[in-house]
Ligand binder design. Structure first.
Ligand code: ZID
Length: 221
């Protein structure tokens, strides 16, 4: 079977979870990269059986994960992490969660990843119009939602999720999130060219329809 790493699952409500299920149905082994501050509640809920119903596959078995890693896709190396994050109590007790450290763990535990699924985005100022968005908020949206895809590319076939606000005006999709999706879509083409030649893999992005995930509810979509 194929090995799939899915970045951006923290409950059973989002696209990442749904994609995990499809891949599990198709016989893939799955590991997750869970945002560090969300990991504790995810693992607790998982252990207590909160997701058991939605883990059920068509053959009756429960979807399982080979590994669940804490990850924060806005940091590439430990040197990139500011002191306040290191000391944040939601990060304390977890280690090796930057992108490069996570990639090294995955390579050690698993070897090669066949499929990368990027199902994560974050725009701290998404509720502000682009006109009102600060530089910090804009760059944070790009870092979490666009560069994270570049950073996570480690040689497997890759797919991410985008939104039509990249090329049409969708009021309410602010904070630089429209910019971030436009970058993600352009990067998908360039990465398909580069990684296609370097690794012989495909790189794609799917423009998603509406799903009542945690992220979507947070912006009132
Ligand atoms: P989700 O909350 O399940 O997934 C986002 C995940 O990202 C969460 O698990 C977070 O913990 C994680 N995350 C955030 N920051 C970081 C970080 N720094 N490091 C690691 N993890 C982090 O929500 P989802 O399933 O909606 O989002 C998955 C992908 O789908 C994202 O790229 C979205 O932008 C994309 N997407 C979702 C929707 C939607 O409707 N849910 C739409 C388009 C694209 C959309 O907004 N009509 C109106 C709206 C839309 C479509 C049609």
């Amino acid at each position: 079977g194929k090995r799939a790493f899915i970045a951006g699952v923290a409950d059973d409500q989002g696209f990442g979870w749904a994609i995990a299920k499809c891949l599990a149905e198709a016989g893939a082994e799955i590991s997750l990269g869970v945002w560090v501050p969300a990991l504790n509640i995810f693992e607790t809920s998982f252990r207590r059986g909160k997701f058991d119903e939605s883990r059920r596959l068509s053959n009756g078995s429960l979807m399982d994960f080979a590994h669940i890693y804490p990850m924060d896709a806005v940091f590439d190396t430990l040197e990139d992490v500011p002191q306040d994050v290191l000391e944040n109590k939601r990060y304390a007790g977890n280690e090796g969660w930057t992108v490069s450290e996570t990639a090294a763990k995955v390579a050690k535990d698993w070897g090669k990843v066949d499929i990368l699924v990027h199902s994560l985005a974050n725009g701290p100022e998404v509720q502000k119009s682009l006109l009102e968005t600060s530089r910090r908020g804009y760059l944070a949206a790009m870092s979490a939602s666009s560069y994270s895809f570049v950073s996570l590319m480690q040689g497997g076939a890759a797919i991410s999720l985008t939104y039509v606000a990249a090329d049409r005006v969708i009021p309410g999709y602010g904070g630089g999130m429209s910019s971030a999706k436009a970058a993600l879509e352009s990067d998908t083409k360039v990465l398909a060219f580069e990684a296609g030649r370097k690794y012989g893999v495909r790189v794609n992005t799917i423009s998603a329809g509406p799903l009542g995930s945690r992220a979507a509810k947070a912006i009132g979509f």
